[in-house]
Design a protein around this ligand. Structure first.
Ligand SMILES: Cc1cc2nc3c(=O)[nH]c(=O)nc-3n(C[C@H](O)[C@H](O)[C@H](O)COP(=O)(O)OP(=O)(O)OC[C@H]3O[C@@H](n4cnc5c(N)ncnc54)[C@H](O)[C@@H]3O)c2cc1C
Ligand code: FES
Length: 289
């Protein structure tokens, strides 16, 4: 966890300026889909583990190009490397996609408030992801499965545009093979060879077995998908204060100083990115400012 003081940030036990990136080396690159990739990073100097909570993000700096917020997609319980999964959409993320093992990257973080994995103990857990949104939720899934006896039913609902856009496919198949977790996947558009569900992810909600009186739901994906999913989950009887979602806004400082990510009274970087639905419902309908 990171906490902000007046001038320094205490990150993983070491004091340093929150605006100063640490140098990391790319250890491995995994192609996930045509436009998404996973980078496994290790500290360039030393081997201290990188502690973080599920749902937190880092500011990743590609030298000479720029810095972007990217959620940590690795296992919070197994921190041999720092893992991020990114979709290449613009200047920085495309430059990041061109990185190879041995290349350097700047890392600031971890920042932000993560998923409510502690509050969800004793509850059924419903994880709903759209597209690249599965990456910020994966640490939660790792955590819940590592502490399986602390949770009730666990359900993953995942939707992508096409079968070729499915992230972590082998891992999803492995999770689906387990007897203590339900995994449903759907695509907007089927391609040849796809025999699974077709339709938006909200259509999976009625298939999901959960006890509406004791469920915590966590949603991550495009804002329109999160809005409709939250409405559907409410229709299924989950209270708004048991639904959480992760918001995205352009960021600069990542620590509540520059105001770049301000959305109403909230700073997405510091007060989020994970918010309770009842606290963010009104902001969710507002476009980025
Ligand atoms: C807290 C937080 C966590 C995030 N975690 C992740 C993550 O785990 N993985 C990940 O891939 N991304 C994540 N993002 C989004 C990521 O930060 C942006 O995609 C990135 O900043 C884009 O920077 P760029 O310079 O490559 O593109 P830009 O040059 O800024 O944008 C290029 C074009 O892409 C569009 N664009 C920008 N962002 C997105 C987007 N998110 N989706 C679709 N189009 C976009 C822009 O409108 C523009 O047209 C996260 C964002 C936040 C705020
Ligand atoms: S990014 Fe600077 S205040 Fe949030």
């Amino acid at each position: 966890m990171a906490c902000v003081t007046d001038e320094v940030l205490v990150m993983n036990g070491a004091e340093q300026s929150p605006m100063l990136p640490d140098l990391y080396k790319v250890r491995q690159v995994h192609r996930e889909t045509d436009d998404a990739f996973t980078l496994e990073l290790g500290r360039a100097a030393g081997h201290q583990p990188f502690g973080f909570s599920a749902g937190q993000f880092n500011m990743l700096y590609v030298h000479g190009i720029g810095e972007v917020p990217i959620s940590i997609s690795g296992d919070p319980g197994g921190q041999a490397t720092l893992v991020h999964t990114t979709r290449a959409v613009g200047a920085v993320t495309r430059a990041m996609r061109a990185l190879r093992a041995g290349d350097m990257l700047g890392v600031r973080g971890p920042f932000g408030v993560g998923w409510p994995v502690a509050q969800a103990e004793g509850h059924d857990v419903v994880v709903v992801a759209g597209g690249i949104g599965l990456a910020p939720l994966r640490p939660t899934i790792y955590h819940v499965l590592a502490n399986r006896d602390r949770y009730g039913r666990v359900v993953i609902l995942y939707g992508t545009r096409t079968p070729g856009d499915i992230l972590f496919r082998k891992q999803l198949e492995a999770w689906r093979a387990r007897l203590d977790i339900e995994v449903y996947v759907t695509v907007d558009r089927a391609t040849e060879g796809w025999n699974g569900n077709v339709g938006v992810v909200t259509k999976l909600v009625p298939k999901a077995p959960f006890d509406r009186t004791r469920t915590v739901a966590m949603i991550c994906g495009p804002e329109i998908m999160m809005r409709f999913t939250a409405l559907e989950l409410e229709r299924r009887g989950i209270d708004a204060d048991h639904i959480y979602l992760s918001m995205e806004r352009n960021m600069k400082c990542g620590i509540g100083l520059c105001g770049h990510c301000q959305c109403g009274a909230a700073f997405i970087c510091k007060d989020g990115p994970v918010f309770r639905y009842d606290a963010i419902r009104e902001l969710l309908s507002r476009r980025e400012i």
